[in-house]
Design a protein around this ligand. Structure first.
Ligand code: ARG
Length: 466
């Protein structure tokens, strides 16, 4: 006996080189509680099918519980000879309850349906944790937005397209743009979870199902699934649930990286929009004056890693013939890494966002600069009956004149306006303030304070509904 789960037909044990390559215990050991839960449900199914006596069933459950306790206490450890978590736990179970009882548990199941099932349960647990972290970040953004929405004192900022000054917007409006994107990521995790929950692979066996009259639906229910897989080949061979999880993780990373990049820019001397809290920034070992946005930079960098995990997985899955192939063992490390990355990144990132201090005065000063009110001039002319093509030209001519004179739009005199176009009467000045500009964008989804306050309510309700 080689101590393996599959020694019977082999005359000799595997070479050490094969063992070293094949082994996954060093990364799949963390699935132990999930493997034990699956084994418990499987023991119950064997018992219901009259394949285990009451006494053996009770002894198996006792043994599994004992292993669970030792794992929780940190005293259950795999042996270097163990190939994977499944083999290690069977060996330890046999040590605990004896070979006669312990050797009965594997009937009617394969590591192929085991791993497909318990990886789903593991990811479902972590999807809930990650969703909670993302909601915390949404909450931090929403709280910052609310703090900059006091009636009459709403913080404004230069809104940008192409990173160039475009139109003034409310800071709260900008912050909530990030929050909505993150909330969709939470929705993605929920949608993913409902799909995965309906599809427990236990009972699929190696690929063809089981001949032992087991009860996949019962096992599924016991493991928190809403249904069991309709096709045992699909159940053991598909990993789209892993790739989809990795995609959502990567999308979260990408969405966070877009906030990160802004924080990095905003905290430069040149922008001067935000100050980072001391506890959420770092210094330099040589330059005493430095205060660095490391959390944001790590977020930006880790987005690349999350994307890499997804790409690697898809490459592993591409063109893989049905059913189970050992290639599929490569699905775990990248996704464990995505889970671990997000679970350490998101709390730090949320702390940084929650403690940002915005320089309202600087934001307000820059908001109208770079001729960001030119669109307001054009739209004012439209309201005065001028066709937009003409209005666009006229507003553009105002900008050109300002550039010649080295002034901003509101610094043009009535005479200079009239010279550009007779339609530009002094009435145009009503839109040449940031307040007038943002206040006028009051369609649904616009940046007018009244709409942004409604949006905050809508966002808070959407968060509550999650
Ligand atoms: N450790 C494998 C995995 O993660 C499961 C074992 C299946 N091995 C086998 N020879 N069928 O996919």
């Amino acid at each position: 006996n080689t101590g393996k789960l599959w020694g019977g037909r082999f005359a000799g044990g595997p070479s050490p080189e094969l063992d070293a390559l094949s082994r996954s215990t060093h990364f799949d050991w963390r699935l132990t509680p999930y493997d034990l839960a699956g084994s418990r449900a499987h023991a119950n199914a064997l018992h219901r099918a009259a394949l285990l006596t009451d006494a053996d069933h009770a002894e198996l459950l006792r043994g599994l519980a004992a292993l669970g306790e030792r794992y929780a206490a940190g005293s259950l450890v795999p042996d270097p000879v163990d190939e994977d978590v499944h083999g290690a736990l069977e060996r330890l179970l046999v040590e605990e309850v004896g070979a006669d009882v312990g050797g009965r548990l594997r009937a009617g199941r394969s590591r192929n349906d085991q791993i497909a099932t318990l990886f789903k349960v593991f990811l479902r647990d972590h999807a809930a944790v990650v969703a909670g972290h993302v909601l915390d970040l949404v909450d931090a953004l929403t709280t910052q937005a609310r703090a900059h929405l006091e009636p009459g004192r709403e913080s404004v900022m230069p809104g940008r397209t192409h990173l160039q000054h475009a139109q003034p917007v409310l800071l709260a409006h900008h912050l909530m743009a990030h929050a909505w994107a993150l909330l969709r990521d939470v929705d993605r995790l929920r949608d993913w979870d409902a799909r995965v929950a309906a599809d427990s692979p236990y009972g699929s066996g190696a690929l063809a199902g089981s001949s032992l009259g087991l009860d996949p639906e019962g096992v599924a229910a016991e493991l928190g699934f809403t249904g069991s897989t309709a096709n045992s080949i699909d159940g053991t061979a598909s990993r789209d649930f892993v790739a989809e999880f990795a995609f959502v993780a990567a999308q979260i990373g990408v969405d966070v990286s877009r906030i990160a990049e802004e924080v990095i820019l905003w905290s430069t001397k040149e922008f001067g929009f935000v100050t980072l809290h001391d506890s959420w920034s770092t210094g330099s070992s040589i330059m005493p004056q430095k205060k660095n946005p490391d959390i944001a930079e790590l977020a930006r960098g880790k987005a690349g890693r999350l994307i890499g995990n997804l790409s690697g997985l898809l490459a592993t899955l591409k063109a893989l013939p049905l059913a189970y192939n050992r290639d599929l063992q490569e699905d775990k490390e990248p996704v464990f890494d995505s889970v671990d990355t997000l679970e350490v990144l998101l709390p730090a990132f949320t702390g940084m966002v929650a403690t940002l201090t915005f320089d309202r005065a600087r934001l307000a000063e820059l908001a109208p600069q770079g001729f960001s009110l030119a669109t307001d001039v054009a739209e004012w002319l439209v309201r005065e009956g001028v066709p937009f093509r003409v209005a666009h030209e006229v507003a553009g001519a105002c900008v050109r004149r300002c550039e010649e004179l080295g002034v901003e739009l509101d610094e043009l005199t009535d005479a200079q306006f009239a010279e550009i176009s007779p339609a530009l009467t002094p009435g145009v000045r009503e839109v040449l303030t940031v307040e007038g500009s943002v206040g006028s964008r009051e369609g649904r989804g616009g940046t007018a304070p009244v709409r942004v306050r409604e949006q905050l309510t809508e966002l808070a309700a959407a968060v509550d509904a999650h």
